[in-house]
Design a protein around this ligand. Sequence first.
Ligand code: ZN
Length: 276
Amino acid sequence: MIKIEPKVPYALVVILVAILASTAHQAFKDLSSQEELKADLIKKQQERILELEEGMAVQDQELLLAKSQINAIEISLGLKQDVQVSLQTRLNLALKSSKDRAQMLKLIPSGSPVIYKGISSRYGYRKHPVTKRRALHRGTDLKANIGTPVYATADGIVESAHTVRGFGRLVELDHAYGFKSRYGHLSKIAVKKGSVLNKGDLIGYSGNSGISTGAHLHYEVSFVRQSLNPYWFIKWEQDNFDEIFAKVKRVTWDQISSDIALKDSDRFIVLSDSSD
Ligand SMILES: [Zn+2]
């Protein structure tokens, strides 16, 4: 009988098997922990995506709100709405434009100097109610009770505040860019020559002094010594801002508005816009 002798000793086989089993076990353990790690990462990623989506939904809503607000500003300013232009640029234009407009309305006579009950005489040629001579009526006559407060219609300096023939107690204000305003037939003057005024400051009280046929304020606006129809200046405000440019042609509006815009850009910080 032939006995086959094993080539490898039995003990060595046992050791080898044990090593293999241990390695396999370790590999299996590593693999399962990697799987756990992977699952954990996927879960975290999904949570992050959810967070981002929620954030984006909030931003979308905020963006919609911002868009509708800018739309409203543009409409109120009468600006052309250009959806091709970035939202930031549109906002800059609206902000800048509203600041320029406010500045212009503060420096140039705008709004009524008095709470009035109607216009008793308009600007233009007429037969004078007292002298009966045909002459240019350089002002707008605003009906107001004696003693009604009269306010400066723009920032300026008091050029004169005294009694003159015809106009009675008269205040003349000197404004920026060659504009002047005059307030006649006052019952009382509240300012002195040389006083620096802000728009809206009290200058006196309406009355019937001088050559006048009833209680009213005679109000004039002029530009480099040329009288203008004050009516358009009385009506001038943010809502109808552009109207005056068509109605009053004698003023160098373009130069004035570009000068104000230039100074405005120095004074105010304009939001930067990286998209243009
Ligand atoms: Zn008058």
